[in-house]
Design a binder for this molecule. Sequence first.
Ligand SMILES: C[S@@+](CC[C@H](N)C(=O)[O-])C[C@H]1O[C@@H](n2cnc3c(N)ncnc32)[C@H](O)[C@@H]1O
Length: 250
Amino acid sequence: MSKRWFNEHRADPWRRKARQEGYRARSAYKLKQIQEKFPVLRQGDIVLDVGCAPGGWTQVATEVVGEDGLVIGVDLQSTAPVEGAHLIVGDIRDELVKTTIDDALRGRPINTVISDISPDITGRYDIDQAVSIELVGMVADYTLPILNPGGALIAKVFQGPGLDALIAALKRRFSKVHRFSPVASRNASSEIYIVCRNLKPHHGALKQTVTEEIEGALSKLGILMKEEDDEEIVPPITGFTVHRRTLEEE
Ligand SMILES: C[S@@+](CC[C@H](N)C(=O)[O-])C[C@H]1O[C@@H](n2cnc3c(N)ncnc32)[C@H](O)[C@@H]1O
């Protein structure tokens, strides 16, 4: 543990506050601040929490939706139980996980999707950022068909290429889309949250998926390249399609 890491963590008021108030992660305050600015979660709601471990957002969401609501949390890692939450261990892209979510929903539509999903950080910002954009596209493509018309999506994403295209794609599907940086995000962090409200009823009629729209916009800019035959930079987190600028662009 480096001295710098130790000092940063000791000085972090959100971490201290989380410990004092019984939240498992400082990130709980990011969702609280998003909720203060855009009161998206409501009592009685059904919420899907994507990338929920260790459970800070799940705790905040269950407090808001109360006993009449339900929070379904999914993460690759296990999350200690949270009262009022149905927690699933697995990959959100996995068909079996999707079936388990369907079973938990018992035919009810989701009111809000909250996604704090993060890629495994490789340390190469261009790769981490590209994977982050792709994850959010994938989360949107999977969840919008099971989200109630009028419903909401909150998603974390790293800023960089593809973000404008992602936001444009979301604006075609939701009436209100905002970028928001909660005070509880670290100063130096490049993450932002996209808050999308009021899912349009006819979003399903759009010809392209969110992912296809992002890929199309990036390739028009000439900055997208699939790394199918370049083994050198395919990172250990395979399963995601990795994009990078072409050599000509660098
Ligand atoms: C920043 S953490 C979430 C913190 C959480 N919101 C909280 O407040 O406690 C991001 C999480 O995304 C999860 N994740 C990354 N890729 C995933 C995937 N494909 N499916 C499910 N979870 C994933 C990681 O395991 C990690 O726990």
